[in-house]
Design a protein. Sequence first.
Length: 291
Amino acid sequence: MGIKAKLGRAFRYVFKGIPIKKVYTRIEQVAPSSLLKGRTALVTGGSSGIGLEIAKSFMRAGANVIITGRNEEKLLKAVEQLIGCTNGENIIKSLVWNHSDVGIIDERFIEVRKLVGSNSIDILVNNAGLVGGEIRNCDITTYDRIFSTNIRGVFFLTKRFSEYLKENGIRGNILNIGSSSSLRPATSAYALTKWSILGLTKGMAKILSPYGITVNGIAPGPTATPMLMKDGVKEDICLEKSPIGRYVLPEEIANMALFLVSDMGRSIVGDMIYMTGGAGVITYDDINQHF
């Protein structure tokens, strides 16, 4: 915890009588295993944050992984990290992919299939997304940019992947990364897309489960990722307004993701698992009520 944060907490305790939460940050990661051995996952937005941690957890469980992102340099650095999570038997590849451009989905999906060779792709993690678009100052360009990535891209990639699974008789998994924003009134383009992801998760689960395709979602609360943390630094993860007193860690999200796409999670269907530290579930409100 930084010095300013420590002083701020001490002030609140001494002068306002607000108890200081104990912040526990020891996170257990799932040990290397064969839970996903022989399986192949496509993880969108996998060059950093939650997507990268999910890719790491999948690789430690024996999966082949393809990560996507817009920045080739970031993707190559992510691949270097992922190589350290495997014994050399896994396939780890990256692909530059702007998911807001739905016109290239077929082309990119063919490239993904070439990258994995004879392996079937049986896990899709829809993680790529953009934040912002508060209604007070959102313009059409910002709105369209957020919706194009967060929901239109997800909708049509999910459609293409579902067709692939069904046509090839593959029992697979689709995991959508939502947000605790879908628990609260939506006042931004981002929040609206996450409400849409909630509905899409339930709808796709209903129509795909008869084919052995399991669809679920994870809705993180405030998470210690480059998207929210200054310069991506996680040294101070305290968050006073969260019931657990800290940000959720990407590693925690990754642990749940691994469980949900493994055979241990087959009976969980159409659920959105809220991993918020209580933020949004019981006491947290991040909405500016002023227009």
